[in-house]
Design a protein around this ligand. Structure first.
Ligand SMILES: CC(C)=CCC/C(C)=C/CC/C(C)=C/CC/C(C)=C/[C@@H]1[C@@H](COP(=O)(O)OP(=O)(O)O)[C@]1(C)CC/C=C(\C)CC/C=C(\C)CCC=C(C)C
Ligand code: MN
Length: 410
């Protein structure tokens, strides 16, 4: 049995932050590290249209098929992901009609105060790594807040496997073990206290395992892939590592009882927010990722703009680069716009943290512009003043009636 030690470098993180226990991965090292950038162009670019240009039909309408280099029609990533959205929405609708079984907390043989401690630890980690978002969760009901913390911690741990200081030691087998551990916690057999919190959460909310599995798949792809041929490939990556977070969160955040929007449309918006965030993350981190040998930007779009990998490694801001970046930023903003339509449909108390994260993350794009597109050596950063200002703006937006009521959408 291979034993790989993972140093628990974050204060207060349990010593369970090492790999191996009869082949089980136990990583709870939660170092704050930078995420590699990633982003996308999608099949819509093949026809020069974005969904918002055509009045936002379902993805099935605008990009169900992409064309591979051999000229063969293939199902686009967007369509594949939309199928997941439909499945998740159907599961949510079905499960909301069925009384939630609350058996797992007892099955877990975890004393009540143990569980409380577990959730409190998730809250501390969340506060430490995502302060603004943590503040936002304070407006949610206690049960929802704890659940979001538990999900956050699982996502952060998963990301750290491939993005943290021990990333070099992580193998596909280690990710397989992490997935096995995920399955165990979904069947009421958590491995450690942080898993126990998530195990309890999934017994309380109609959360499906697929988005969690898909996030691990994204981490697998990070292990083997450092280039993305086109936006279709990048879209899939963004779904795996960030769109999944949106899908995991909706069942906890809840849809406003008065909302007339379809469950599918709310899930689509949640997905769009994840994609928008990840695209932004990628655009912010171009230089940093390049220094790790990674280029998430779509190769075909770089080539069309007259840019090569070498240009990225050299990191000189040219007019070609500026023009290329303008298009990428525009695309990320489109996803934010799509997400906006869904936030108002969430239950009232869940809207504020989502608005806050949307406004704050979107401002990173403004900062890239303000840096004259130098994302090679300058990290776009939203200052404290702007961050603070976003909070009351987010609060104001969270008081708005659902869009579906204002526009008569059903
Ligand atoms: C309120 C809210 C935002 C809830 C989500 C909370 C949650 C469970 C977050 C988990 C985030 C996480 C740790 C994901 C792991 C992969 C990862 C790191 C993705 C990147 C996040 C940004 O992290 P950071 O800037 O710290 O990156 P570095 O590692 O430091 O480089 C991502 C860019 C993606 C995060 C994606 C989301 C937060 C999705 C948000 C969508 C929703 C909450 C759905 C809202 C619902 C509607 C209807 C719009
Ligand atoms: Mn990261």
């Amino acid at each position: 049995m291979a034993i790989i030690l993972v140093r628990a470098a974050s204060p207060g993180l349990s010593a369970a932050d090492s790999i191996s226990h009869q082949g089980t991965l136990q990583c709870s090292t939660l170092l704050k590290t930078k995420r590699p950038a990633a982003r996308r162009w999608m099949p819509c670019s093949l026809i020069g249209l974005h969904p918002s240009d055509v009045g936002r039909p379902s993805p099935a309408v605008y990009s169900s098929l992409a064309v591979n280099p051999a000229g063969e029609a293939v199902v686009s990533s967007e369509q594949k992901v939309y199928d997941v959205v439909l499945k998740q929405a159907a599961l949510l609708k079905r499960q909301l009609r069925t009384p939630v079984l609350d058996a797992r907390p007892q099955d877990m043989d975890m004393p009540r105060n143990g569980l409380k401690e577990a959730y409190d630890r998730c809250g501390e980690i969340c506060e430490e790594y995502a302060k603004t978002f943590y503040l936002g969760t304070m407006l949610m009901t206690e049960e929802r807040r704890r659940a979001i913390w538990a999900i956050y911690v699982w996502c952060r741990r998963t990301d750290e496997l491939v993005d943290g200081p021990n990333a070099n030691y992580i193998t596909p087998t280690a990710l397989d073990r992490w997935e096995k551990r995920l399955e165990d916690l979904f069947t009421g057999r958590p491995y450690d206290m942080l898993d126990a919190a998530l195990s309890d959460t999934i017994s309380r909310f109609p959360i499906d395992i697929q988005p969690f599995r898909d996030m691990i798949e994204g981490m697998r792809s990070d292990l083997r892939k450092t280039r993305y041929n086109n936006f279709d490939e990048l879209y899939m990556y963004c779904y795996y590592v960030a769109g999944t977070v949106g899908l995991m969160s909706v069942p906890v955040m809840g849809i406003a009882p008065e909302s007339k929007a379809t469950t599918e449309s709310v899930y689509s918006a949640a997905l769009a927010l994840g994609i928008a965030n990840q695209l932004t993350n990628i655009l912010r981190d171009v230089g940093e990722d390049a220094r790790r040998g990674r280029i998430y930007l779509p190769q075909d779009e770089l080539a069309q703009a007259g840019l090569s990998d070498e240009d990225i490694f050299k990191g000189v801001v040219t007019n070609r680069w500026r023009n290329f970046m303008k298009r990428q930023i525009k695309r990320a903003r489109m996803f934010f716009e799509e997400a906006e339509r869904g936030v108002t449909e969430l239950s009232q108390a869940s809207r504020w943290p989502v608005w806050a994260s949307l406004l704050l993350y979107r401002q990173i794009l403004d900062e890239i512009e303000a840096n004259d597109y130098n994302n090679f050596t300058k990290r776009a950063y939203v200052g404290k003043g702007k961050k603070l200002l976003a909070l009351p703006v987010a609060y104001g937006k969270s008081l708005l009636l659902p869009c579906s009521l204002r526009n008569g959408q059903t």
